[in-house]
Design a protein around this ligand. Structure first.
Ligand SMILES: [Zn+2]
Length: 126
């Protein structure tokens, strides 16, 4: 049996990003628009946002010193957040991301309203 036949790409490569721990403080910094510090020193630059499974968001990041790739999983919307967005829609207001603050509008993706910065769906488009 060849052990290398199903070898994974090395951790931190583009197809195998290293998951960042979902530390509350890390998420708070991310929601606050701060540049995140890399576990290897330097900073993490955002490469892209993906819609994860089960209503979660995925932020792809690259360390600017090591060029290693990381991924931050953003927790899905809470009931309170969903209610907030629904309320805004019903009041005829522009729905915004409950985490990224009053200036971050949600964008439509299919039938969902998604924050373009965290990739989290916060409700159904009207
Ligand atoms: Zn957001």
């Amino acid at each position: 049996m060849n052990k290398n036949s199903e070898a994974q790409p090395p951790p931190g490569s583009p197809t195998n990003p290293i998951p960042l721990s979902r530390h509350k403080k890390l998420l708070q910094r991310f929601y606050g628009g701060e540049r995140l510090r890399s576990p290897l020193g330097g900073h993490l630059d955002v490469l892209g946002i993906r819609e994860g499974e089960g209503g979660r968001g995925q932020v792809l990041l690259e360390c600017n010193t090591s060029s290693l790739r990381f991924v931050l999983t953003v927790p899905r919307a809470t009931r309170t957040e969903l209610a907030k967005v629904k309320e805004a829609l019903e009041a005829g207001d522009e729905p915004v991301c409950p985490r990224h603050g009053p200036f971050q509008r949600l964008s439509r993706s299919g039938r969902q309203l998604i924050c373009p910065l965290c990739g989290v769906p916060f409700g159904k488009a009207p």
